[in-house]
Design a protein around this ligand. Structure first.
Ligand SMILES: [Fe+2]
Length: 241
């Protein structure tokens, strides 16, 4: 496989494709439910393997390390018991794909990745699952978690951006290499970070109506597979219409 299909739906198994006709999932329409859905194994395993191979050979060398550790003085600088505060800490590799003029963005376009992330079928799928009208414009990013990489608790609220402050929808298309043992998404429900879902499947797709609190646990590799354990996250971001 040299390129991704133009339409996202051409990757998916028929039973996943049919969900587009079933209306919004209840977590997106029920008050007080956290609006997130994770679907696992959304395409044949061999197709997922082809996608991972293409990402690993073409895009991996172009990703840049994005790291924000725990501040060095976060303990030594504390003067009051129980006063600790921790902003989002994170370590991943990533690249903006659109809008962007980077080399990574050029390669993503060459392999058809950006076109698929901006495809009509992905947009329609996002609207169907979340029950929200979404602008047709799509922001795209690639993120890759290696061994020990994670995103700490954060809520993805952007109150300073007028077009995002009332919420937006992120769709994550996910692929894991065979070296991954586990990585979890933890998210809030009723004021606690009490819900968790395993993200290690050959392929997956997740829908987030942000903002809400969430984090991903460190990626755990299978023993002996640390060097090639990676979870790919291809992100399409939609503004509410
Ligand atoms: Fe997030």
């Amino acid at each position: 496989m040299d390129t991704f299909p133009v339409e996202f739906f051409d990757l998916l198994s028929p039973e996943i494709r049919r969900l587009v006709d079933d209306g919004a999932l209840p977590q997106f329409t029920t008050p007080h439910w956290t609006p997130v859905a994770v679907m696992q194994d959304v395409m044949p395993t061999s197709r997922a393997a082809d996608c991972v191979a293409l990402l690993e050979t073409s895009l991996l060398p172009q990703l840049k390390l994005m790291e924000k550790p725990i501040p060095a003085d976060s303990i030594s600088g504390m003067t009051e018991n129980y006063s600790e505060k921790l902003a989002k800490t994170v370590r991943v590799r990533s690249a903006m794909l659109a809008p962007s003029k980077s080399k990574a963005a050029g390669i993503a376009h060459e392999i058809g990745l950006t076109q698929m992330l901006q495809s009509e079928s992905l947009w329609q799928f996002a609207q169907a699952i979340t029950g929200r009208k979404l602008l047709r414009e799509v922001g795209c990013q690639a993120i890759c978690y290696g061994r020990g990489d994670y995103s700490g608790p954060h809520n993805d609220h952007h109150p300073e951006e007028e077009h995002l402050r009332n919420g937006y929808v992120d769709v994550h298309i996910m692929f894991n290499t065979e070296g991954v043992y586990s990585q979890w998404l933890v998210y809030e429900q009723s004021g606690y970070l009490s819900e968790a879902v395993e993200l290690n499947s050959a392929s997956g797709v997740a829908f987030y109506l942000l903002p809400f609190w969430h984090y991903t646990t460190p990626l755990i590799a299978k023993i002996g597979r640390e060097a090639d354990a990676r979870r790919w996250l291809l992100l399409s971001s939609f503004v509410l219409a």
